[in-house]
Design a protein around this ligand. Structure first.
Ligand SMILES: Nc1ncnc2c1ncn2[C@@H]1O[C@H](COP(=O)(O)OP(=O)(O)OP(=O)(O)O)[C@@H](O)[C@H]1O
Ligand SMILES: [Mg+2]
Length: 330
């Protein structure tokens, strides 16, 4: 049974959006495998606005009388800002199987689209059979397809996807079959911005490819958003620690955006650092004289290139200097 799911605007601006979830029909050939790919909702997930926007677009799309408007969302943001997590949580709430397919330059067409393979026919000869690639398999049934690292994709891959993404709405396979984009398939993508810093293996998006997406920016989280995420995930973490960590993060990311190459940091603080690694450090070093400093040294700095450490030190000294007294958890 489809369920009604309510999406709340975290900014308080828009009214709640109610959407009916999808269902994997009983006659889908790979149903058990698909159902197993529906993600679980993350109890620690805090919508910073992206999930609500996904829902708002979904509502417009469902209300649209036009037969088809190609609306595929590409989320662009720096490392560890939670792009993939947003898309996964949308799939979880919509009860859609989630296929995350990286498009890195090394991935060949055959992996994504498919190829004809030779098999023994049991009589000493061979027969050829088509075998779906990752994208082809994903779009044959209800799915959220997340093409991650869009701007790392090779030209060959981009062109293979052009038709699927525009009005043509189909993937033409080399074996002559044409796989239609179905009404219960949603295509998403993620990418890192290339304007500010270098992400190895990425390039600016091919213009014709970019034109087939709605590009939405995902910014660094604000201090209050970081606080909300930390409090949700670690209710026992003392306020002083939550505040110091949130402030540190905001300042590092502010410095990452600075124009002056002489003082700015070259690596932002990712949500993985803040939500996973530093709190682990705080638990490990709970009895240290300065638990936050110790976690910073052991769990943050190793991710920073040696030439960039000074800049990180500068932010630490300006924002915290001395971490709050432990223990970090009550
Ligand atoms: N809105 C959120 N609420 C709570 N936790 C989150 C949220 N978004 C992300 N996280 C946490 O941060 C981690 C990083 O998120 P994610 O992998 O989606 O980042 P990303 O933007 O795709 O990064 P990259 O560009 O490096 O691939 C997740 O594993 C999750 O634990
Ligand atoms: Mg990602």
């Amino acid at each position: 049974m489809p369920e009604k799911v309510t999406f709340i605007d975290p900014t308080g601006e828009g009214s709640p959006i109610e959407l009916e979830s999808f269902e994997v029909p009983a006659d889908v050939p790979d149903r058990p495998r698909r159902v197993a790919k529906i993600p679980d909702p993350d109890p620690f997930y805090v919508d910073l606005g992206m999930l609500y926007r996904f829902a708002a677009l979904e509502k417009v799309r469902r209300a649209s009388s036009e037969a088809f408007v190609p609306l595929h969302i590409a989320v662009r943001g720096h490392m560890g800002t939670g792009k993939d997590h947003d898309i996964e949580q949308f799939a979880a709430l919509m009860h859609l199987p989630y296929y995350r397919i990286p498009l890195t330059g090394e991935v060949r067409d055959v992996t994504l689209i498919g190829s004809t393979k030779l098999y023994g026919d049991g009589k000493g000869g061979t027969e050829s059979r088509w075998e779906d690639g990752d994208i082809t398999r994903a779009i044959r049934g209800p799915a959220v397809v997340n093409l991650s690292e869009l701007n790392a994709a090779g030209a060959e891959t981009l062109f293979a996807l052009h038709g699927l993404l525009d009005r043509y709405r189909a993937l033409d396979l080399p074996n002559g079959e044409s796989v239609k984009l179905q009404a219960d398939v949603r295509l998403f993508g993620t990418m890192n911005p290339t304007d500010l810093r270098d992400y190895a293996g990425t390039q600016t998006l091919n213009k014709a490819f970019a034109d087939r997406w709605l590009i939405w920016e995902k910014d660094f989280p604000s201090e209050s958003q970081l606080t909300a995420m930390l409090e949700r995930r670690y209710p026992a973490m003392k306020t002083e620690f939550v505040e110091a960590l949130a402030r540190l993060t905001v300042e590092v990311n502010e410095s990452f955006r600075a124009r002056d190459a002489g003082t700015r940091v070259e690596t932002p603080m990712s949500l993985r650092s803040i939500l996973d690694r530093v709190p682990t450090g705080l638990k490990m070093f709970a009895k240290a004289p300065d638990p936050l400093l110790r976690s910073w040294q052991e769990f943050v700095l190793p991710h920073i290139d040696p030439y960039d450490r000074d800049h990180y030190e500068t932010v630490w000294s300006a924002v915290v200097r001395k971490g709050p007294a432990g223990p970090p958890f009550s």
